[in-house]
Structures are given as structure tokens and as C-alpha cells.
Design a protein around this ligand. Structure first.
Ligand code: AVJ
Length: 322
């Protein structure tokens, strides 16, 4: 018997509404920016899957190596009854955790939470089929807003992998960690993946691959705005830029106008002018150090219990207790 259900906390109209607000704010700002979450329509999610297989993009492989080595230990330490996965996206790393927790014998419920209903439903269905004894309770929502609704028997293990926490600005990151801590009871767990600071060249190339997949992924946010808000962006008129900001210790992805342009965005009721060379900041991806991660977790009310890196020390996974 497999068991699966889906809670939807975000509908198509909500999504357009949220995009409209972000576009109005970000594209009217003096320094234009857009939140990174808007890359991920069906095409963007497929492009991201391709990114994870690129030779230059090491984080996925490094994190998988860590989880392969330590999933059994994570199951032992946490003895979790529920695995909650935030921004579940691809499921390969999830499977390593589910298999280990399943083998440990405590796991009852899997709660994947993602903004993309199609991706979530598909992943939830596949997992429910592979783990017939597991209750799969998918939640469609934004993990910055819908954390209070996490179901499942305690103790729960919340996994936030891939380094996606790096997409938050520092204040949003602190707020996010606090809100995760607030939904957990003392003794429950957070498993967090964080990409680590390293030399500029490795970082900039991880976000600017030879094949141009990341460039396409970056420009996809313009296609999303065209589609949802009826805008007339010409994605080809924007150059993809990957820039390591050493002061902030984050990678910035930018879309730089190749020529002066005026873009209409009727669904947001605005027109946006670009000077030649002017850019939109489309993503930040913060890179961390162990001591910084420990301090931020402590600030949010977590105790960092375990810290693992891959062999080459490129990526860190921490296990913390609420
Ligand atoms: C999925 C947010 C972890 O920041 O490395 C990959 C997204 N952007 N290439 C990252 C991404 C460009 C990725 N995260």
C-alpha cells in the first residue's frame, strides 16, 4: 500500500501575484535585481538539472559524496520519524537519506516542500512507489512562508540541501533559520548543505560553464517574466555574468544589457529602461566557512553537532539540533 497526498498553499494566481510584486520592486530599484526563485519554471528546473551534471558545477557531486558517506550516521544520530525536505527539487540525494532512515527503521513520513507543484507531485509519486510503507505528504509552498504547516510525527529531520540557503541575503538567512528553529521542538534536527569559500576561478566557472547551460538558465528568468506578465524582454540581448564578490563572499549572477533598451511589462504595469551595460542581479549564492555556519546556527538557536565536508573540502553539510 502506498500512501501519498498533496497540500497546495500556492495557486497559479498567487504565483503571478508574487512575481508581479517582485518585478515591480526589483526592476524599479536603482540597482535592478530579481529573486533567484523565479528561475524555476519547468524549463528552468530542467536546465538546473543539467547544471548539476556539468563538469564545472561541483556542489551537487560534492554534497552527494558527503551524504553517501554519512547518511547512515545521520539516521543513527537523529532516529527521525519524519524527513522534511525543503525545496526538494531533484530526489537523488533525498533517496540516500530515505534509504538510510528506512534501514534504520524509524522513518514513517516524508514531507517534501517545494514551490513547483508539477515537480513535487512527480517526485512524491515516485518516492511513494519506491517506499510503500512510507506516508508521503507533499506540501506545495514557499519555504520562506509556509513553514508553520509542517506535518509529521516527531522527531523530525528538516533537510535543506544543495546550498540553496546561499540564495538568501544575510538578514533573510537569519530570519529563515530562526523560523525553522521556531517550528521545531527541542531535540529535532536540521541538516543543512552549504557551499564553501574557495578561489575565485573555481567559483566563477561553476556559474559560467563552457556549454552555456548556466547562461540559458539565467536568461530563463526573463522568459518566465515574458510568459507570466506579458513582458517583451529579448533574452538574447542580455549577457550572462558570473562574478565572485570577495567582500560579501558570494557569487553574483547578472544579466547585463548589451544595448540600451526599453522593456514593457504590462502584467506589472511598468516599463523598464536599460542603459547599455546596466545589469539585473538575478542571484546571489553565498559561500560559507565552518565557523560562520556554526555561529549563524547558534544565533538561530541551533547547536551544530556534526560537520562533514567532501574529500576536497569544497562543500559542507552540518547536522544541528534544535
Ligand atoms: C540551487 C541555489 C544551490 O546557487 O548554486 C546553479 C543555483 N545557480 N547555477 C546555486 C544555481 C546557478 C544553485 N542552488
Amino acid at each position: 500500500m502506498s500512501d501519498m497526498d498533496l497540500d497546495v498553499h500556492r495557486s497559479g494566481t498567487d504565483i503571478t501575484e508574487a512575481l508581479r510584486a517582485d518585478v515591480r520592486e526589483g526592476l524599479r530599484a536603482k540597482r535592478k535585481w530579481l529573486p533567484a526563485k523565479w528561475f524555476y519554471d519547468a524549463r528552468g528546473s530542467a536546465l538546473f538539472e543539467r547544471i548539476t551534471e556539468l563538469p564545472e558545477y561541483y556542489p551537487t557531486r560534492a554534497e552527494r559524496e558527503i551524504l553517501r558517506g554519512h547518511a547512515a550516521g545521520i539516521a543513527d544520530i537523529t532516529a527521525a520519524h519524519t524527513l522534511v525536505e525543503l525545496g526538494s527539487g531533484s530526489s537523488e540525494k533525498t533517496r540516500l537519506l530515505l534509504d538510510a532512515l528506512g534501514a534504520h527503521g524509524t522513518l514513517r513520513t516524508f514531507v517534501p516542500l517545494d514551490v513547483s507543484e508539477s515537480a513535487l507531485a512527480e517526485a512524491a509519486r515516485a518516492i511513494a512507489k519506491e517506499h510503500p510503507a512510507l506516508a508521503v505528504h507533499g506540501v506545495v509552498g514557499d519555504f520562506t512562508e509556509h513553514l508553520d504547516l509542517l506535518p509529521g510525527e516527531r522527531p523530525r529531520l528538516v533537510a535543506f540541501l544543495g546550498g540553496t540557503i546561499g540564495n538568501f541575503l544575510p538578514l533573510d538567512r537569519a530570519k529563515f533559520l530562526r523560523s525553522v528553529r521556531e517550528v521545531l521542538d527541542p531535540g529535532e534536527w536540521l541538516l543543512l548543505g552549504t557551499d564553501l569559500v574557495k578561489e575565485r576561478e573555481t567559483l566563477e566557472r561553476a556559474y559560467d560553464d563552457r556549454e552555456g547551460v548556466t547562461a540559458e538558465f539565467n536568461r530563463n528568468v526573463l522568459a518566465v517574466i515574458n510568459e507570466r506578465l506579458g513582458a517583451d524582454f529579448d533574452p538574447g540581448a542580455f549577457e550572462h555574468v558570473s562574478y565572485w564578490d570577495a567582500g560579501n563572499e558570494w557569487i553574483e549572477m547578472r544579466l547585463r544589457a548589451r544595448k540600451p533598451m526599453k522593456v514593457r511589462v504590462p502584467g506589472a504595469g511598468i516599463e523598464v529602461e536599460f542603459a547599455e551595460g546596466e545589469y539585473i542581479r538575478t542571484e546571489i549564492s553565498v559561500k560559507f566557512r565552518q565557523e560562520g555556519v556554526r555561529a549563524e546556527l547558534a544565533e538561530a538557536g541551533f547547536r551544530l553537532d556534526r560537520w562533514w565536508t567532501d574529500e576536497e573540502g569544497r562543500f559542507g553539510v552540518s547536522l544541528s539540533c534544535a
